[in-house]
Design a protein around this ligand. Structure first.
Ligand code: GTQ
Length: 348
């Protein structure tokens, strides 16, 4: 039998079995069980200086109320049409103008906010409002009511922009998306601002507190505190050759991650830092807070400066250089990979 006849016979056979909803594994085995991750997501950067005016322009086109959430999705060019930054995670830049309200709703997707610019907005989570300031990391856990607002111009309101990180693609993959709107634009405020931080954010917990769900009882992690911790550790001599000074955000009651599907980190790289190469199976989104530098991802090189966002796909080699003292916030699907025993890390 010639090679051609064999191919023809197989093709005819594949046609026959397809009619019975069958497919030959041997044609796809190497793709289904790859030797290494082969992400469709690619490394990419969003330079804030190039997109800021476009984010602000959206404010003239649609109100926060009409949009429900006025957000420009950061879509990974390797995942076109998927509204995804990585296979599991979403990223977007949300704008709220003075006097606006983004109406209250809740959904099974977990969300984080990382404040980029503007100091006058607030977000409400489960009956408590918190101010949003640049560098603050705020969580909106799964199924918690949340609405966002901003002071009026008279009260000193300015346009506020933050980075939204959600597990939208993961939840879609699991077919577990549920959502509902609150009956009013804003939920009732039942606790004064700072209440949960006082209860859970000072290395203390209410006497009879029991850990009953995987979500952090504090929902705002102010930049000041995170920055101070990194700074102190650096001055104490901490200096990891891969990470600089890097901490993960924690649920203070369990020691786990703030939310079950998304891990968050903040790291300090001193001026002149030339990081070593590492890789891991948690695809990671970075947002630059302070400083300038360069990130090398696989064969690609991007410079970064404050408010830039870049993404490192699973298993891509990454190395960070800092030209000035730099602070980077990042988030990934690490808790999901860890829970499934799929987290692999390599520090070269
Ligand atoms: O603020 O609730 O970027 O529900 C995407 C979906 C933000 C939000 C997004 C959302 C939100």
């Amino acid at each position: 039998m010639t090679a051609n006849t064999q191919l023809e016979q197989r093709a005819a056979y594949y046609g026959q079995i397809a009619q019975q909803k069958l497919a030959p594994l041997w044609e796809s085995l190497h793709n289904l069980v790859p030797k290494q991750p082969k992400p469709q997501a690619v490394a990419a950067v969003w330079k804030y200086a190039q997109i800021r005016h476009l984010v602000l322009q959206s404010g003239a086109l649609i109100s926060a109320e009409e949009a429900v959430r006025r957000v420009l999705i950061l879509e990974n060019p390797g995942l076109p049409g998927k509204s995804s930054m990585t296979p599991n995670l979403y990223a977007g830049l949300q704008l709220i103008l003075p006097g606006e309200i983004a109406p209250s709703h809740r959904h099974t997707q977990s969300a984080l906010r990382f404040i980029v610019e503007g100091e006058s907005a607030w977000t409400a989570v489960n009956g408590e409002r918190t101010a949003m300031r640049p560098g603050d990391f705020i969580i909106t856990p799964s199924w918690t009511w949340h609405d966002h607002g901003n002071l009026t111009v008279e009260e000193g309101g300015v346009p506020v922009v933050w980075l939204d990180g959600l597990d939208i693609p993961l939840v879609a993959h699991l077919d577990a998306g549920l959502a509902e709107n609150f009956s009013k634009a804003t939920q009732p405020v039942t606790r004064p601002e700072g209440d949960s931080f006082a209860r859970y954010g000072h290395n203390m917990l209410p006497v009879r507190y029991k850990v009953e769900d995987p979500t952090s009882p504090i929902f705002s992690y102010p930049y000041e505190r995170s920055r101070e911790a990194l700074d102190r550790l650096y001055r104490n001599g901490e200096h990891d050759k891969w990470d600089g000074v890097k901490l993960r955000y924690a649920n203070p009651a369990s020691g786990g991650y703030p939310m079950p599907t998304i891990a968050t980190f903040m790291q300090f790289l001193p001026a002149g830092f030339r990081g070593r190469t590492y890789r891991s199976t948690d695809a990671t989104v970075y947002c630059v807070v302070e400083g300038r530098g360069t990130v090398h991802i696989g064969e690609q090189t991007f410079t970064f400066e404050p408010h830039d966002v870049f993404v490192v796909p699973s298993w891509a080699q990454v190395r960070l250089d800092a030209d000035s003292d730099a602070v980077l916030f990042s988030y990934s699907d690490r808790p999901v990979l860890a829970a499934l025993n799929l987290l692999r890390e390599e520090r070269v």
